[in-house]
Design a protein around this ligand. Sequence first.
Ligand code: RUG
Length: 816
Amino acid sequence: MTPKQQHAFDKSAFKASMTQHLTQLGRTPETAEMRDWYLALGRALAEHTTSDLVATENDLAIKQAKSVNYLSLEFLIGRLTGNNLISMGLYDEIAAVVSEFGFGLTDLLEQERDPSLGNGGLGRLAACFMDSLAAQQYPAVGYGLHYEYGLFRQSFKDGAQQEAPDAWREPEGYPWEVVRPDLAQTVGFYGHVAVIEENGHTRREWVPSLHIQAMPWDLPIVGYQSNTVYPLRLWEGRALTPFALDAFNDGDYTRAQQAAIDAGNLTKVLYPNDNHDAGKTLRLMQQYFHSAASVGDILRRHLDAGHPLAALPDYETIQLNDTHPTIAIPELMRVLLDEHHLSWDDAWSISSQTFAYTNHTLLPEALETWSESLMANLLPRHMEIIFEINHRFLQDVAAKWPGDVRKQQVLSVIDDQGERMVRMANLCVIGSYAVNGVAALHSELVKRDLFPEFDALYPGRIQNVTNGITPRRWLKFCNPDLSALISEKIGDQWPAHLEQLEQIAQYADDKAFQKAFMAVKKRNKQRLADWVKTHLDITLNTDAIFDVQIKRLHEYKRQHLNLLHVISLYHRLIHEPNFDMTPRVVFFAAKAAPGYALAKSIIFAINKVAETINNDPRVGDKLKVVFIPDYRVSMAEIIIPAADVSEQISMAGKEASGTGNMKMALNGALTIGTMDGANVEIREEVGDDNIYIFGLDVEGVNALREKGYHPDHEYHQQPLLKASLDSLLDDTFTPGHPGLLRPVFDSVMASGDPYLCLADFADYVRAHNQIDSDYRDSTLWAHKAILNTALVGKFSSDRSIRDYVTNIWQLKAVKR
Ligand code: RUG
């Protein structure tokens, strides 16, 4: 498993270091528990990564090169220890050390709580991109927030989702992070704009009434097989004067600590939304806090390296991951105008050549807008700057389309139909030199449907960069047996050159390779089955098809379509004496945003259906349904290598890309999917015979809507669908309590089935029937599975990063 090591490894020194860290935890090797050993290991390793991080930071060649600054409110990094061991080339050495202390390395790695600093695909993409930047040594800094609580911990109570805070660092702190007080920034809020007369000129300057300290915590992003370590810099809110001694002495203990409480609240939680606009004042404060601290740090680095301000775009580019960090644009303008006294034209020229923006969604409810009055109150100077940006921009629009008021309305940063709102996506497009969608189809729809006027105004600005995933975590680390098998055939360079996997296509019909490949799959299925037995007490048949849908719960992702298929199989098993099916285990894992009632109803329905089916002796092991609680990166690392079938069944046009689809295909699962997001490109790569495409495509969806869609027609015309839906109304799945699952029924019947589940149901069943029969032919299935692994090299995030580097950022690698 171990690649070339970057550091000469001194085993006895490392053992001594671990023991020393145990002492600091108040333990000895005799009294230490597994968790202490994990912490000691992490801290001992972090000594190396921190020194490499500082060395990389001080590298003159990097200071003289152009860097990307990846601004994201989410980084779903997953556990770092195992991944860093792989990158450092120390996995086998450390396994030996740990075993001498009497432990297995994998058990120790299990002690790490995932830093769940993201919701889903958007945050995980940011983590994969940081990995690929470091692996290819393109200078980079990731900027995020140091949330005290990650995304909530999910459990189920009688089938219903429960949420609890996820204190991922408690109580000893996270071993990989290092606080950098010397790099702290101060961020202002509220206040007023002062007009200052100076040498016959007037200038405007913000006088905030609240200041909060932004304390940076660095996590090491370790380059694969290199000593390049970039920081993932996470800002924590702290009070500038955390303790008011006078108030304390007066006996007012609350007031004494109020400033610390208020500042701490800023980075207390990650907003649990994915494809929803959060719309909370605190969220806007988080966004500004993140942007201001990051812009401040970028400018500090730039000026410290001796570069002139005007050269900022030559040395720094700032990638906005979604609209969440948009306020960085007026913030940079404010600093350039008010603190460095540049002219508007000079400041705008710098700023608009520095920012680039990635759009991740077409869903209107996810395109952020902020109330103008809220913004004017919280950030009065920024609001003025936004007005000025918009004023100048609308002059350009008027010049391009004289007299066209509608164009001005749709393109304006301010939406004045009703309460005046600031449209963050419009601000991003206007203030960026490049805008990209995240899959070919999505980028086309961004141009055609979301921003057609911007595309006409700024031809070429909107581009595509198809998402990717890091092969280090999503194959090498999570699937060691498959990695070893691949390396046996094609050598061990593929984790850094994923296109090399194509060479295993030649073994797709090789009997011995097929056998070995499917044996690995079987072992991975057993590992997952063992986990399910231990944690959920459900016994699984590993000869069954492992059919997997793991992603945030959202109607557009259509977990309820999958559920309808499950119910239809159950119905047939019970009511059709001659019905036979290949045994199947259907896995779900998903968190629902706590305020998203229907998503929670769908989770409840899946759990109730699972309970009934799993306990019905008439079903036996033909069908099982497993909802794995608390979906997170480390859980995905167990599920993905075990998947036979990957469910990517969003309504066409709604899933921007998807990245779970790439991870499962890479691990030899076959996709059942719509022509949506990156499924389209996966199909291009693996070929029509090795993917199960079903349902309406984007044109089909639009045509159906135009014609008029009536879900009740489908309901009455398709008896199996009707029977499946009806069982949501009676007490089939909620004995003695009919109607508990009605919200799911109503979502497709009474609410008009906005995501066309019923329209796609019949074709979805057809595709699943094909899977059922293909799986019985084990040679055929092995052939298809191998080709999936072999042919998805395109989806390495290394390739995505190279696309950004070449087409957008214009960076050069700095090899250390
Ligand atoms: O829903 C999208 C996914 O399709 C995509 O793969 C991922 C990364 O690009 O981003 C997801 N996303 C979009 N998460 N939040 C949003 C909208 O804010």
